[in-house]
Design a protein around this ligand. Structure first.
Ligand SMILES: CSC[C@@H](O)[C@@H](O)C(=O)COP(=O)(O)O
Ligand SMILES: [Zn+2]
Length: 202
């Protein structure tokens, strides 16, 4: 049997994450977008408007590091937010954006950031070895103008160390990792922590 190439492996892995996220209600009604770094020059990105629970290889396209399409079609409307993260951190290999009810409700309830502290599951994040830790997620007001939203995100990231993700108010979560598995782990950990925060502050 022929071995799968990097592109096929990434498409399959992101499609699997899409199915799992859809089953959990985290990517309703075509919401969300996913990407993975293929190599130094190319990013694999979901096409705009595709249902993330039913992704196949035709639902992805490749972009160069500046966001120029390398395949025909229209990439995610939020591709610019993904590309900024890849440009900022060469070690980032995958970016996942989801619209879970928990992330949406929590982002509407709180101020400009959410602090997560004292949880064992914080150890799911790279570099954290104890529950006696705190991570802070910024919350940005939503904006349909993605370059303008991206500029606000970048201004915050310029002044802080890498968070495990960020929330967009009333919209959803962006998270990432050094590879697809790490980004998925961060997504699951953050969703668990969001649920804990909501349960604790009903
Ligand atoms: C179902 S509305 C969701 C969109 O507005 C957007 O926020 C989103 O996550 C998906 O956009 P897409 O262009 O398909 O990547
Ligand atoms: Zn979205």
């Amino acid at each position: 049997m022929r071995a799968m190439n990097t592109l096929e492996i990434a498409c399959n892995a992101l499609a699997t994450i899409g199915r799992e996220c859809h089953a959990r209600g985290w990517v309703p009604a075509t919401a969300g977008n996913f990407s993975a770094r293929l190599d130094n020059a190319r990013i694999l990105m979901t096409r705009s408007g595709r249902h993330k629970g039913h992704l196949d290889s035709g639902d992805f396209m490749r972009l160069d590091s500046l966001g120029q399409p390398l395949d025909e079609g229209t990439p995610s409307a939020e591709a610019g937010l993904h590309l900024s993260l890849y440009r900022r951190w060469p070690e980032v290999g995958c970016v996942l954006h989801t619209h879970s009810p928990r992330a949406t409700v929590l982002s509407r309830r709180r101020g400009k950031q959410i602090a997560l502290a004292g949880y064992e599951v914080l150890k799911a994040f790279d570099g954290i070895q104890t529950h006696e830790a705190e991570v802070t997620l910024p919350v940005f007001d939503n904006d349909q103008d993605i370059p303008r939203l991206g500029a606000r995100v970048n201004a915050w990231l310029d002044r802080h160390s890498m968070p495990p993700g960020y929330l967009i108010r009333g919209h959803g979560l962006y998270t990432w990792g050094r590879d697809i598995a790490a980004a998925e782990r961060h997504l699951e950990a953050l969703e668990f922590l969001f649920e804990c925060e909501l349960l604790a502050n009903r």
